[in-house]
Design a protein around this ligand. Structure first.
Ligand SMILES: Nc1ncnc2c1ncn2[C@@H]1O[C@H](COP(=O)(O)OP(=O)(O)OP(=O)(O)O)[C@@H](O)[C@H]1O
Ligand SMILES: [Mg+2]
Length: 234
């Protein structure tokens, strides 16, 4: 039996603006196992980004419980959630969000420099190199991001998301700014990372990409439904 990385029970999220309530999530249960690669798809407005924000501790649920690696993270202060986010969660977004004034090396090193763990310079070098190798971008270590192609920039963003060994990688429409060739290459890379043990949660509109995940979920009107699971030993 695989270990549980993420467990959400009966999660709701209600947004209230000008006395109008929007029920974005309506009692959602989700368990993500170590080593799984799940995709979440569904129509616009069904709650995908809301769910990803809560998974990534960028927002809190209105009710329900949420555990990451056994720790209750349902209701945290901003400081607590920032700390857990830095230690446990890797993000990949449609926008690459690289810092143009920093080299590729420094962009990837950033999460380690902000980490509460005190990494030595040689540890930082070693970790950055390993991540650059895994996205086949070692030959661009000292370049600045704006000199790279979109596909290469997304690979650097992936390396940065991995450098602090997150418990889970949250990925939101990673190919949205890429042509299909580069998009496919990024999807191949996610698959490779998962084969090497990284647990991944992907939100995508694209059924071809959703299909490549081991476990597939549909989100509709704030409720989630599993449509396929190929994870062994679950
Ligand atoms: N900060 C907010 N304040 C108020 N309502 C919000 C907020 N964020 C999301 N919503 C509402 O919650 C519902 C779910 O939105 P969400 O962004 O999660 O959808 P989505 O599935 O990501 O859509 P898309 O595919 O278009 O990105 C929508 O009705 C949206 O208008
Ligand atoms: Mg969205």
């Amino acid at each position: 039996m695989n270990n549980i990385k993420i467990k959400m029970k009966n999660i709701t999220k209600v947004f209230e603006i000008d006395n109008m309530e929007t029920h974005a999530l309506r009692g959602l249960d989700l368990t993500i196992y170590d080593g799984d690669y799940i995709s979440i798809s569904g129509p616009s407005g069904c709650g995908k980004s809301t769910l990803l924000s809560i998974l990534g501790l960028l927002d809190m649920p209105s009710s329900g419980t949420y555990h990451i690696e056994g720790d209750d993270v349902s209701q945290l202060s901003l400081a607590q959630s920032a700390r857990i986010r830095a230690n446990k969660i890797g993000f990949i977004f449609q926008q690459f969000n690289l810092i143009d004034e920093l080299t590729v090396f420094e962009n990837i090193a950033l999460p380690l420099r902000y980490s509460e763990k005190q990494y030595s310079e040689s540890e930082i070098k070693q970790k950055v190199k390993k991540c650059l190798d895994s996205v086949e971008m070692s030959h661009r270590t000292n370049h600045y991001p704006h000199l790279l192609s979109g596909g290469q920039q997304q690979r650097i963003a992936i390396a940065r998301s991995l450098v602090a060994d997150p418990a889970i990688l949250l990925v939101d429409e990673p190919t949205g700014n890429l042509d299909s060739k580069n998009g496919d290459a990024i999807m191949d890379m996610l698959e490779n990372l998962n084969n090497q043990g990284t647990t991944i949660c992907l939100v995508t509109h694209d059924p071809r990409y959703a299909d490549r995940a081991k476990s597939q979920y549909h989100l509709l009107d704030g409720r989630i439904e599993m449509v396929k699971s190929m994870l062994e030993a679950v």
